[in-house]
Design a protein around this ligand. Sequence first.
Ligand SMILES: Nc1ncnc2c1ncn2[C@@H]1O[C@H](COP(=O)(O)OP(=O)(O)OP(=O)(O)O)[C@@H](O)[C@H]1O
Ligand SMILES: [Mg+2]
Length: 233
Amino acid sequence: MLKLSDVHVFYGHVHALKGVNLTVEDGKIVSLLGGNGAGKSTTLKMISRLVQPKKGNYEIDGKSLMKDSPSQVVKKGIIHCPENRRVFPLLTVEENLMIGAYNRRDKHIKEDLQKVFTYFPRLKERIKQKAGTLSGGEQQMLAIGRSLMGKPKVLLLDEPSLGIAPILVKEIFEIVKQINKDGTSVLLVEQNAHMALSISDYSYVLENGHIALEGNSQELKDNDEVRRLYLGG
Ligand SMILES: Nc1ncnc2c1ncn2[C@@H]1O[C@H](COP(=O)(O)OP(=O)(O)OP(=O)(O)O)[C@@H](O)[C@H]1O
Ligand SMILES: [Mg+2]
């Protein structure tokens, strides 16, 4: 279980997270919704320690991560798939995937590569292709595949649907569901609230650095405020 308690983050004078409390229970998909600038990406960056918390605590399975470096967080099974995909454009699909395993010394890396190809057969077809020549949707698949190569216990997924054709968005969300069924918890940041609420178990709504609302995703779908603000009425 990943648990954030009263987490505060500042960018200079900008108080971006103002006491965030959030829990991702094992085996669940949890979505984090909210408008532009609400602090969604900051929450994920804080968990993976690309930005530092100023106050508060967060832990995995009861052990605090407050003193950890980004690579220690990765070693504990928390893998961040960032906003805008960030694949290495000049490296091949295979090389990008192998970078996801850089922290591992075990013998199962090859098997896990095959597993990624069963989730995303398109990546296998394009194994020697430079990542920069993939379509946006394929780059998103590659970014998720690269994260899977780190063997996540908890996958932090930032806006996987951004700028992607609707048909691929559906495909990607189906695979996220499958990844979750295969044992990875997911913290999903999404602007596509319809999609996020339909695949997640529990959801939080961030507003201006605060959790404004939380609940079972099914219940939030029927919440008047959520419908008005995030689901188009
Ligand atoms: N590096 C930075 N320096 C200064 N301010 C920042 C920085 N990164 C983010 N912010 C500010 O922190 C707030 C939260 O940003 P964040 O990127 O977490 O929002 P978000 O919810 O992910 O938004 P979006 O939906 O647009 O991706 C915003 O007001 C943003 O301007
Ligand atoms: Mg963001």
